[in-house]
Design a protein around this ligand. Structure first.
Ligand code: AKG
Length: 291
């Protein structure tokens, strides 16, 4: 099957329409999608309507899948009353059992507030996510888009002084960074905890597929190794302000059945706000590990 992509963002993001994949896909199709991910960072495949099992089968063709419970067993039971219970799937949703809106202080709601900060998936785990697959099941009437930022073009266009400051630095990533910011590590505000150790990752790295330099500065980044925390955090804020400028962004407005795949090594993303107390939103996510 031949798939052609049209660039939909100013600097990145490609969209293919009029193809419905039925996994498992042939090797040529998988190669085309991998090449598109190297080139565009974000790939939109409209009109898929895959079952969770089909999404798992398709995702696995791009690499081993992350187990969403790993590193956080305390929260396994939270997943168990979501609609999709396979641990290779995370449900990004404001619903319990596909029907009832989550309670105001439910930890699953807090995870989705965390998704509203620019990030790359699982940079706080020993093995980060290489690709994320997100498919829309239910879409709110207003809002609930997903926004992406192009870390390759942003890196190439870094002001020289910022580049000189950032080159060679190692960032320290932790799942507590955003949760602290939200106040959700406080005992009276969710009491989020994680036993995952901090993960060191270069601030600037070379993407193995495109050969382009990319910035690794999602919001799980806590501070800079060997630098006083305030100095490191001020530098991170300056880098992120540059890299997430509107000129490097693409915003995806979901239609049910859309499957969006992104490369977490070359992009950041964030969930956009919607009326989560009265409009259902349900997406199914699978993650391919970066190994
Ligand atoms: O809900 C969204 O739009 C984005 C989800 C997200 O940030 C994630 O899966 O990491």
């Amino acid at each position: 099957m031949s798939i052609t992509f049209e660039q939909v963002g100013r600097t990145f993001a490609g969209k293919a329409e009029g193809i419905a994949l039925s996994p498992p896909c042939d090797a040529g199709t998988i190669q085309t999608i991998l090449a598109a991910l190297d080139r565009f960072g974000v790939v939109v495949l409209a009109g898929q309507k895959m079952t969770p099992d089909e999404q798992i089968a398709f995702s696995e063709q791009l690499g081993p899948l992350e187990n969403s419970d790993e590193g956080n067993p305390k929260y396994r039971k939270l997943r168990e009353d979501m609609k999709y219970t396979d641990q290779r799937v995370s449900e990004i949703s404001n619903l319990v059992d596909g029907a009832t809106i989550l309670g105001a202080t439910d930890m699953r709601r807090i995870f989705q507030y965390a998704n509203q900060f620019w990030h790359a998936d699982s940079t706080f785990r020993p093995v980060r996510a290489r690709y994320t697959f997100l498919q829309a099941i239910l879409v709110p009437r207003d809002g609930g888009d997903t926004e992406f930022a192009d870390m390759a073009t942003a890196c190439e266009e870094l002001p020289q002084a910022l580049r000189e400051e950032a080159e060679g630095l190692i960032g320290i990533h932790s799942p507590r960074t955003i949760m602290d910011h939200l106040g959700a590590t406080r005992p009276d505000q969710g009491g989020f905890f994680s036993e995952l150790p901090d993960q060191p990752r270069p601030i600037i790295e070379t993407h193995p597929g495109s050969g382009r330099q990319v910035l690794n500065i999602g919001s799980h980044l806590s501070h800079i190794e060997g630098m006083p925390m305030p100095e490191g955090r001020a530098l991170i804020a300056a880098l992120r302000e540059h890299a997430c400028d509107p000129r490097y962004r693409y915003r995806h407005r979901w239609t049910p059945g859309d499957l969006v795949i992104w490369d977490n090594r070359s992009t950041l993303h964030r969930a956009c706000r919607y009326r989560e107390n009265d409009q259902p939103r349900q997406l199914v996510r699978t993650l391919v590990e970066d190994r």
